[in-house]
Design a protein around this ligand. Sequence first.
Ligand code: NAP
Length: 438
Amino acid sequence: MAQGGDATLWVAVIGAGPAGYYTAEALTAGEQNVRVDIIDRLPTPYGLIRAGVAPDHQSIKNVSRRYEATNQRDDVRFVGNLSLGRDVTLKELQDIYDVVVLATGAAKDRPLGVEGEDLPGVIGSGAFVGWYNSHPDYKDLEPDLRVASVAVIGNGNVAVDVARILAKTAEEMASSDLAGHAAAEIHSSAIKDIYLLGRRGPLEAAFTPKELGELNKLENCVTLVDGDQLPPTDIDETLSGATKKNMTVLRAMAENSENDKPVRLHIQFYRRPMAIVGDDCTCAIRLEETLVEDGKCVGTGRSEVLPVGLVVPCIGYRSSPLEDVPYDEWRGVYENEDGLISTGLYCVGWCRRGPTGTIGTNKPDGAGIAAKILAEVQPSGKPGRDGLENIVQDRDLKIVTFQDWKKIEAVEIDTAKGEAPRAKIADVEEMVSIAEND
Ligand code: NAP
């Protein structure tokens, strides 16, 4: 058991998203002398809160205030713009810290596994959402939105987010922090038809009623559902609360008419992608009609070709493999036993259990891994923060502290226009230069 007293347990958490912050919070909540450095390759904290949560869902982003409070503590420090692999190795961190916790999320798009998915007009949700949320990796993505129709693949909340962001008007997004470069493209796009395609049926859909319901309240876009794809109302009593509410929303959508508004969002079930068709651009998607048998998606052999100029698969994510960390190829997570990878090396959140659940799911995750660490690891006199400082100085690395981040945030807030809460900066060099200014 890690002891109190003078000996410090030094912990490096890699990844400043919800899982990383809840872990740091839980590690420092008790009597033990624990110090945590939360290291992130970006100059900005909060991970998916900043780069994943939809820009028009500002209230969800308020949870970052809790992480900010964690950062006000002396025993927790944010170290931004420091990349594991590029600036420092895992071995070096393990020499300096008693414990390294990977909280790196799941940043890679799961492949669709169909012919044509490398065509230029196929952009996975990780990249597409990153683009409209000002993630530095995707600021130059330049998706071609001069297309009449778009296929959004998947029936989860990410697919719903993508469809909604494409459908909302500039006025509807006025109080959001949608990236400026994305607003310019989306609000001048030629998109008239958005297809939200599920490979199974309405009863199996993963989206939640509140998020689905937002699609029926769009200013310029009507959501259409084929009533024949919905189950009869007499099964409603057998359904779980969320599924039952989804059916109510879908039935209301089935009453809509395609002439109601200038843009149409078609929710189509029982369609699985077989190929993306095109030459040097995407021009169609071949879909197979499906059935659901024992909960599983089964092809009928009947297919159709849907003309679309852009395909956004929103079918889940995988963690990025890291050198010297065993990787479960099938699940796309680090191999671990209840969060333990090897002595002194742990993982938490999506890179431990896969990309599911809400932000709040990471809270018990963080508490669980913190309790495990405190029970399993003792302080061993490692240098911790001082050791990292030496590496930073020797390599002349430009790290971004929490105070530096607050300067970046102040510029983002100051430069916001109208009702927007902030004008997000997507360029790392620009952020680092703001951080360096007095
Ligand atoms: P998700 O909820 O797991 O949904 C993934 C969807 O992709 C499912 O409909 C799945 O269908 C489909 N899919 C998977 N492989 C496919 C394939 N090869 N072809 C066609 N469809 C395929 O994942 P997500 O939408 O990425 O969301 C991740 C997590 O974040 C979820 O827990 C979600 O609720 C959460 N989230 C929450 C919010 C919010 O609360 N507002 C917003 C965004 C995300 P099957 O079911 O048939 O596999």
